[in-house]
Design a protein around this ligand. Structure first.
Ligand code: PAF
Length: 284
């Protein structure tokens, strides 16, 4: 695997793949890689001959009081994992490459960026859309892979790709979970053992609510019960537990639509998110 930090060198390497007629997949990440990211790389290899993973902790998607400075950085371990997984290029742009002096453009996907996580984290999805648009233009992949766990992010990116005619297939990959059900996340590293134990209440609460809604219980009651159970289990606050249309993210869709539950809650200062389909046959 080549680690590249310079845009001209990246373009040259990509041109080599293109000259050989190879398809290219991109796995954008912020590093602190775990099995969830590795599942993206494995899936990437099924879609393309070459895989590029990027690591860039993107300051534009963190709010002023969020965890940008604290966000785990583990470059050596990340590079080893990607190499072992068969990644071809690790793209690690510098902050100057991504946001040179005078940088003035924001990509903003209206509507779906404003609700749920977007309401709780103003500007977050503008930061995500802007950096992902840049990564797409730098790498020029045929296909890009993102985790289903960040379900709203995936919806924002799909909308951006459709609206801006990016000729890139977007693939959402099933959430990877620890044995007890907690979704893998780089932010799980912030949790003490005790809080990590309590955090399992998040997937459990979603599971209970999804089953209740699927069998016809009142959805509002099920969502309220999920919020209450998170607080009882030791979460400090709940940003939202919502049921949305899996395609449009409109809240409270009818039962004939693909429905998903999305939640964000804080435990000991760490904000965790999770999502599951209401109808269990869909991929989680
Ligand atoms: O999901 C992430 O890790 C980030 O939001 C992404 C897509 C790499 C953009 O910085």
């Amino acid at each position: 695997m080549q680690t590249i930090r310079d845009l001209a060198a990246l373009r040259e390497a990509i041109a080599g793949f293109r000259a050989a007629g190879e398809r290219i997949a991109l796995v954008p990440t912020m590093g602190a890689l775990h099995a969830g990211h590795m599942a993206l790389v494995e899936e990437a290899k099924r879609h393309a001959q070459r895989t590029v993973a990027s690591i860039f902790v993107n300051p534009r998607q963190f709010g002023p009081n969020e965890d940008l400075d604290q966000y785990p950085r583990r470059e050596g371990a990340d590079a080893r994992m990607l190499n072992e997984a068969g990644c071809d290029i690790l793209w690690m742009p510098t902050i100057e490459t991504m946001y040179p002096e005078g940088f003035a453009t924001t990509v903003s996907v209206a509507g779906i960026s404003a609700v749920l996580d977007g309401a709780a984290r103003p500007g977050h999805f503008d930061g995500v859309a802007t950096v992902v648009a840049k990564l797409f233009n730098q790498v020029g992949p045929d296909v890009a892979l993102f985790g289903n766990k960040d379900f709203q992010q995936l919806a924002v990116i799909r909308r951006m790709v459709a609206d801006m005619d990016f000729d890139i297939e977007i693939v959402g990959v099933q959430t990877q979970r620890d044995d007890d059900g907690l979704a893998l996340s780089s932010r799980n590293l912030y949790l003490s053992d005790e809080d990590r134990g309590r955090a399992v209440a998040l997937p459990r609460a979603l599971g209970v609510a999804a089953r209740a809604i699927a069998r016809g219980d009142d959805a509002n009651d099920a969502l309220e019960a999920a919020k209450a159970s998170l607080l009882t289990a030791g979460f400090d606050s709940v940003d939202y537990v919502a049921m949305v249309d899996a395609e449009t993210l409109a809240e409270m869709p009818a039962a004939d639509r693909p429905r998903r539950l999305l939640a964000a809650a804080r435990i000991a200062g760490t904000r965790l998110i999770d999502t599951i389909p209401v109808e269990p046959l869909e991929h989680g």
